[in-house]
Design a protein around this ligand. Structure first.
Ligand SMILES: Cc1cc2nc3c(=O)[nH]c(=O)nc-3n(C[C@H](O)[C@H](O)[C@H](O)COP(=O)(O)O)c2cc1C
Length: 249
């Protein structure tokens, strides 16, 4: 298959034969796949951090840049990321969202994170994008606007962006933990950081250098709760297993 050049500045896609011939490139693909697999499989949340090792502004910029490469419905990109990296800003986050009284074990660990990233979704970006002619008319326009989005794409897309941010953190050697803002605290959070009323905090990511929990290891180590691949993977029919690769495909 010949190279297909989609346009100036866009790298060519290559066919299988070309890949086989371009041995060096195939090796690179395999190396990239192995490194990516290691990165993804090695990621686990961190729930306590070294408070004296801040996360630099350049790394935080890179993480949000990676997050903003996520796919989004209609390319609406209805997300924003509030980075809290100064001690007074991190303290203001906890003041707005945590209850009074002594922190429990979880909160004591999370409060050691030197940086937080709050990921907000913006429904209005999708309403504006889907009102444009290419979305509002033609075969893809549903007759009932209420059925336009089978699920709230603004939350879905923001979640995908956070996944990229988490993998970026892993690549930078950082620990990270996503967590939710308590519903009752969302208004206070918006007020504390001048966030518009229609933005919804989908998740917060605590970031930093992982460290043992201040009060020591958990008393009972938890087993891995990762579901088996064959429990989540179907081949052609729901519930039918996909056999491992065998000769002939
Ligand atoms: C939307 C969302 C909310 C989460 N909320 C919390 C939370 O409140 N507290 C927490 O410790 N972890 C939270 N987590 C992290 C999960 O507990 C963690 O991802 C899960 O146990 C699997 O562990 P792993 O990510 O290390 O594989 C959350 C994750 C997501 C995606």
């Amino acid at each position: 298959m010949p190279f297909h050049r989609p346009g100036p500045g866009v790298p060519p896609t290559i066919g299988y034969e070309d890949r086989v011939e371009e041995t060096g490139r195939v090796e690179r693909v395999e190396e990239t796949a192995a490194a990516y697999g290691e990165l993804v499989r090695g990621r686990r949340v961190a729930r306590s951090f070294d408070p004296d090792r801040p996360v630099g502004a350049a790394v935080l910029r890179d993480l949000v840049d990676l997050a903003s490469r996520a796919p989004s419905a209609g390319a609406a990109q209805g997300w924003s990321f509030l980075v809290l990296r100064r001690p007074e800003d991190v303290a203001a986050y906890w003041a707005a969202t945590a209850g009074d009284g002594p922190p429990d074990r979880w909160l004591a660990g999370m409060r050691t994170a030197p940086a937080l990233v709050v990921a907000w979704s913006h429904e209005q970006a999708y309403r504006a994008r889907y009102a444009l002619p290419d979305k509002a008319s033609g075969t893809h326009a549903p007759p009932d606007p209420a059925t336009r989005w089978p699920v709230p794409y603004w939350h879905v897309d923001t979640g995908m962006a956070v996944a990229l941010l988490l993998l970026g953190a892993e690549a930078h050697g950082l620990g990270a933990c996503p967590f939710a803002v308590p519903t009752a605290r969302v208004a206070a959070l918006r007020t504390a950081f001048d966030v518009p009323a229609d933005a919804v905090p989908v998740m917060v990511v605590a970031l930093g250098t992982p460290a043992p929990h201040p009060s020591g290891p958990p008393t009972t180590p938890r087993p891995s709760r990762r579901r088996a691949l064959d429990d989540v993977l179907s081949d052609g029919r729901h519930g039918r297993p996909l056999p491992p690769a065998s000769p002939g495909g």
